[in-house]
Structures are given as C-alpha cells and as structure tokens.
Design a binder for this molecule. Structure first.
Ligand SMILES: [Zn+2]
Length: 305
C-alpha cells in the first residue's frame, strides 16, 4: 500500500467515524432576515411514517404518482421536522420544540443541532407551540421530565390546551395513539407554571401574530411575521411538498378534523398566493422555506433555497 492510498484510507475511515458520531441530520442551519426579524430554521431530524399516512382514501394511482415525483417509493417515507427560531430585539423565540427522546430515534435532534450551530438553548426567551402533537411538543422536557428551557415563557393556543387536557382528547385519534394524549398532558403539566394562553389574532411580540389554522388539531395555529410580503410559519397546515399543494382536499391521517383541515389548507394557500408571502413548513423538505404559486386549480410550492 503506498503512502498516498494509506493516508486516503485513514482519512476516509476517520470521516466515516465522525459521520456516525454526528446527529442524524446535521445540515447547517438555514438563516435569513425578514423585516425586523432574524429567522433560522434548525432540523429536529425526521420522522419515519407509513406512506398511507399522507392521504387517507386518495386514489391510489394518483397518490403513487405524486409520491414517485417526490422521490418517495416503498411503504414508508421520511418526513423532515423543521424548527423555526426567531430573533426579535432581545427575544429569542422558538416555534415548537421537536420530539424529544421518547418519540422516534430519528427525531429529537434539535438541541444537538442548536448546539452545533453555536446557539445556547438557555438564551431562548419564548416558545410558541403550533399544536400538541409529539413531534412539536414532546421536546419540552428531558428524560427526567424537567424543562429543557426552564427560563422561557411558553405560549399555547387556549383551544389546544383545553382539547388535550379535556375529556374529549381521545376523539378523532385512533386508539393506538392514546399515547399522544398522555404525552401532551405530561409536557403541558411541565410548562403549566410558565405558560401563557394565546388565541388567534394575538401579538406575541410586535409584528408577530397568531393565525387561526384549525383542523390538523382542534386548536392548531400558525404565525404571521410582518415585513416585506409577510412570512407564515405554518406548522402542520401543509405537511407534504406535493400532496398538500396539488391536492389540499386529500386527507392526511394525522388531521384530527379532516374537513376543517382541508378548508384551512385552501384558505392559507390562497392567502400565501395573494400576499406572495414566504412560508416555512414544518414537514416540508429542509429547510421548508418557500413561496406558493397557483397551478391550475391547485397550488405549487416553490422552495426558496
Ligand atoms: Zn408535525
């Protein structure tokens, strides 16, 4: 073996070892300025979900064709999880907290990825939750059920809080997902002394308001950031880069109130087209930032990056 190939091999081995040591998803955070805000998207990793989850009852051939166009074949697909971080004056605002370490091994990478990006989680002042599903809420606590950001103030949609804590929480959820209710209650209990209830129309800081986008869950909300043509942090209103835009009427299995979720998708899509606003989609291909155009009777997501 020559010196050159031996060195190359050693370097390649070291790189492979380093790659294994990294979090599952370690792309550099995506940052941009929007009006008075500095916006950064950080990955929490990804979920692995059955393909059927994307659109219950959709015509199988049409669905398969769209999934193929998205590069998704087989029985399962990877759904990215994009967390938005907003700097506004002296506030550092996190939108959702990822899965934590009790949902899926491929997710819960937010804190590692923030650290790798040089962002100290202790400097987060506010956390706004779009809704109470595991991949958005369960990262609030660590393995001992202690708050990961104990100094932050938490903002939860009052309707969402009441839903998960109420007697009707099982309604609209398949029985096998009873764990979602337990998990939501565990995380809500951990933040209860630091939580502020919010409702659509509220301003959290100047230029950052809460938008009513119900249906995915009963109290699901999005965020609107003023500046330029606007920016919507859409949570799980639009969850797939092709299906949600070309067939907003199709019904993802995760939607609690399917008819309302479909109406909300169209309403938000119309707004995004009319305003030419930017969108950050939690489950769109990382970093999930783009704009929306009309395409025939439907829509098209145009990634910004
Ligand atoms: Zn989600």
């Amino acid at each position: 073996m020559t010196q050159f190939t031996r060195r190359t091999l050693l370097a390649a081995t070291a790189a492979a070892v380093a790659a294994r040591a990294l979090p599952a998803f370690a792309a550099a955070p995506h940052s941009f300025k929007h009006g008075a805000f500095d916006v950064t998207v950080v990955s929490d990793g990804h979920l692995v979900l059955p393909i059927s989850f994307l659109a219950n009852g959709a015509p199988p051939d049409e669905r398969a064709a769209l999934l193929k166009a998205a590069g998704q074949t087989g029985d399962q697909y990877q759904s990215p999880t994009n967390i938005t971080l907003i700097r506004s004056g002296s506030d550092l605002i996190l939108v959702d907290m990822g899965s934590g370490d009790r949902f899926m091994p491929t997710a819960g990478k937010l804190w590692d990825n923030l650290k790798a990006a040089g962002i100290d989680k202790g400097t987060i002042t506010k956390v706004i939750f779009t809704h109470g599903h595991p991949d958005h809420l369960w990262g609030a606590v660590d393995e001992l059920d202690d708050l990961v950001t104990p100094d932050a103030t938490f903002y939860v949609s009052a309707q969402e809080w009441d839903f998960w804590n109420g007697d009707d929480a099982m309604r609209g959820l398949p029985a096998e997902r009873a764990g979602f209710v337990t998990g939501a209650r565990r995380n809500y209990a951990a933040i209860k002394d630091k939580v502020k209830m919010m409702k659509p129309g509220d301003d959290i800081v100047s230029g950052l308001s809460i938008v009513d986008t119900p249906g995915h869950t009963q109290g699901h909300v999005s965020l609107a950031l003023a500046g330029g043509d606007g920016l919507i942090v859409g949570g799980d209103t639009l969850t797939h880069q092709l299906i949600s835009f070309e067939h907003p009427e199709w019904r993802p299995a995760a939607d609690h109130v399917p008819e309302q979720a479909a109406q909300t998708r169209r309403k938000l899509l119309d707004r995004l087209v009319a305003d030419k606003s930017k969108l950050i989609g939690f489950h769109l291909p990382y970093p999930g930032v783009g704009t929306v155009e009309r395409k025939g009777n439907a829509y098209r997501f145009v990634p910004a990056a």
